[in-house]
Structure formats: C-alpha cells, structure tokens
Write a protein that binds this ligand. Structure first.
Ligand SMILES: NC(=O)c1ccc[n+]([C@@H]2O[C@H](COP(=O)([O-])OP(=O)(O)OC[C@H]3O[C@@H](n4cnc5c(N)ncnc54)[C@H](OP(=O)(O)O)[C@@H]3O)[C@@H](O)[C@H]2O)c1
Length: 289
C-alpha cells in the first residue's frame, strides 16, 4: 500500500516517517509538506517527497495521487484555519480516491472542552466521520516531550507551573505516538476505530514534580499555578502569547479532569511494546547531556 503523510515536515511527521521506514519500503511512503527541502534526507532514502499545502486545495490534489492510506497531521495553525485545511484535505482525498483517512486529535475531545484547539479537533473528527471515506481517529495524550524539553526551566523554578490543579493526564512521547502510528498505518483492521495513543500512566502535576525531583535529585515541588502564571513564564522565555495561551488552555482542560477517562494500554496492545514513562523519558534526557 502507498501511504501518504501530510504535514510531514514537523517533529511528529519526521518521527512517523522514520518509524515507517523500519516497517515498509521507502517507495511506499509519500511525504507531503509545504517545504520539501526540509525532507531531503528522506528523499535521499527513496521516500517520495511531494509539495502540498493544506491552504492550497489544488496542491493537495496533485500531492495525493496514487496515495491509498493518508495520515493528516494537523498543522500548527489556529482552530478556525484548521477547519478549512481539513475541508481542503478531505475534498482532495475524495477526488484522488484515497481509500483511508487517519488523523490525530486529543484525549478529551468533546464539545465544551476549554482547550483552545478543541473546536478544531471536534471539527476534524466530525469531518472524517462524514467524509464517506473509511477513517481512523487517533486521540493522543499531551506530549511528554514538552515537559522533558522544559527540564532546565523546571529545575530553575523548583516547580512545574502547569495550571492543572489536581487534574491528571496520560503524558506520552511523540516517538511512541509515531511508532504506534506506523504500525497502525500498515494494519488492515483499523477502519472506524478511535485508538488512544497515550502514555503508560495517568499523572497529576504533583506526580510529575515528584518524578522530576527523584530523577534529577533537585528540589521540585508542585505549587498550584494559575494559567496567567504559566503564560507569563512562557512569554519570558520567548514563547508567543498566542502559543502560551493555547498551551495554558490545555492544562485548564486537564484541571477539569477531561483526560482522565483515557484508556491506557492502546500503544502496547497494538505494538507489543509499552510506551515510555515520564520517568524513563526524563532519565534518558539527563543521560544524553
Ligand atoms: N498532544 C499534544 O500535546 C500536542 C502538542 C503540540 C502539538 N500537537 C499537535 O500535533 C501536531 C504535530 O505536532 P508537531 O510537534 O510535530 O508540530 P510541529 O513540529 O510544529 O510541526 C507542525 C508542522 O505543520 C506544518 N504546517 C503548517 N502549516 C501547514 C500547511 N498550511 N500545510 C501543510 N503543513 C503545514 C509545518 O510545516 P512546514 O515545514 O511547511 O512549515 C510544521 O512542520 C500539531 O500540529 C498539533 O496539532 C499536539
């Protein structure tokens, strides 16, 4: 089967291609990106790298030629823009007779969730359900990479200022999501399912602080933070206000316990290998420095 990955040049996209290359011939992989030069390393390995922009429906029609299964990795655009991007991608997929659509949303996707990108996720799920193309919706946990990459600041602050109160979430690494996605894209039994690619345990931010303290040997203690505290700290580090506010709303959703209904174990069931815990990911980060 020819497998297309759209939105392929981001961090998750590159990991999905890397993991697919372990399981399938490069000629069967079509990587679709606004910026093909970013994927030259994969083109050198034989991956078919094509230009395709979610904002340009015609470019997608050309890019989806002969693609049988298509993974739509959402862009990093704001919610309202993503609606149109999904419309463009689904229209192009229909025209090119793509046989199966797969995309990502987040645990807790449901109307009324306060996460700023929730409307885009609700829209994406509805759009795939109604597309008349066989679909699979992957709901992921929040990326653990976000926490791991933030470790220097966490040590400096002596806390993790996520405004989650006592809410818990199944943090998961991008690489485990990619590994399971590669396996899923090559499976024949996925149509009409909503797999959950989440980490191995449900953790509060107090748990995260305890684990970070044990792994680093530093004093890291949870002091309940407000969304505004989180946004300010992120902006002081150079993040845009918009991105900081979007992330803060994800932690508000966690504070509302909206991820706690997640079913753990989906990645292990599909791949035979459990996803890494936050403890393992933090230990790996420290060992690599
Ligand atoms: N679960 C979570 O905690 C979590 C956290 C963050 C993000 N996410 C979701 O996961 C997705 C992937 O995450 P990531 O970390 O891999 O993001 P990323 O590294 O920021 O990559 C996003 C990619 O979107 C591409 N893109 C932007 N606009 C596009 C367009 N109009 N057409 C085609 N491609 C476009 C960009 O490609 P170019 O190279 O062309 O600029 C960029 O490479 C995100 O978009 C987001 O929806 C989830």
């Amino acid at each position: 089967v020819k497998i297309g990955i759209a939105g392929a040049s981001g961090r998750l996209g590159r990991l999905v291609i890397t993991r697919l290359l372990e399981l399938a011939p490069a000629e069967d992989i079509v990587a679709i990106t606004r910026t093909p030069e970013k994927l030259e390393d994969f083109a050198d390995l034989g991956v078919d790298v094509r230009q395709g922009d979610y904002d340009d429906a015609d470019s997608l029609v050309t890019a989806f030629k002969h693609v049988e299964r298509l993974l739509l990795i959402p862009s990093n655009a704001m919610a309202a823009v993503r609606h149109e991007q999904y419309d463009n991608a689904i229209m192009a997929a229909k025209r090119m007779r793509v046989q199966h659509l797969v995309t990502y949303t987040l645990e807790g996707t449901t109307p009324g969730n306060p996460f700023a990108l929730n409307p885009a996720h609700v829209y994406a799920e509805m759009a795939l359900f109604q597309s008349k193309i066989p679909w699979t919706i992957i709901r992921t946990g929040p990326y653990a990479d976000e926490l791991v990459d933030w470790l220097p600041t966490i040590i400096e602050l002596g806390s993790i200022p996520y405004p989650t109160a006592s809410g818990k979430a199944p943090y998961v690494s991008r690489d485990d999501i990619a590994r399971a996605t590669a396996k899923l894209l090559l499976s024949d039994k996925i149509a009409g399912t909503i797999p959950e690619f989440v980490g191995p345990e449900m953790l509060s931010t107090e748990d995260l602080c305890r684990i970070a303290a044990e792994v680093t040997g530093e004093d890291i203690i949870y002091v309940p933070a407000e969304p505004a505290d989180y946004v300010q700290i992120r902006m002081e580090e150079g993040m845009s206000e918009q991105d900081a506010v979007v992330l803060a709303t994800m932690y508000i959703a966690i504070a509302e316990h909206r991820m706690e209904k997640a079913h753990l174990g989906g990645i292990e069931k599909l791949t035979g290998v459990a996803p890494k815990s936050v403890r393992e990911l933090l230990a790996e980060k420290i060992a690599s420095e």
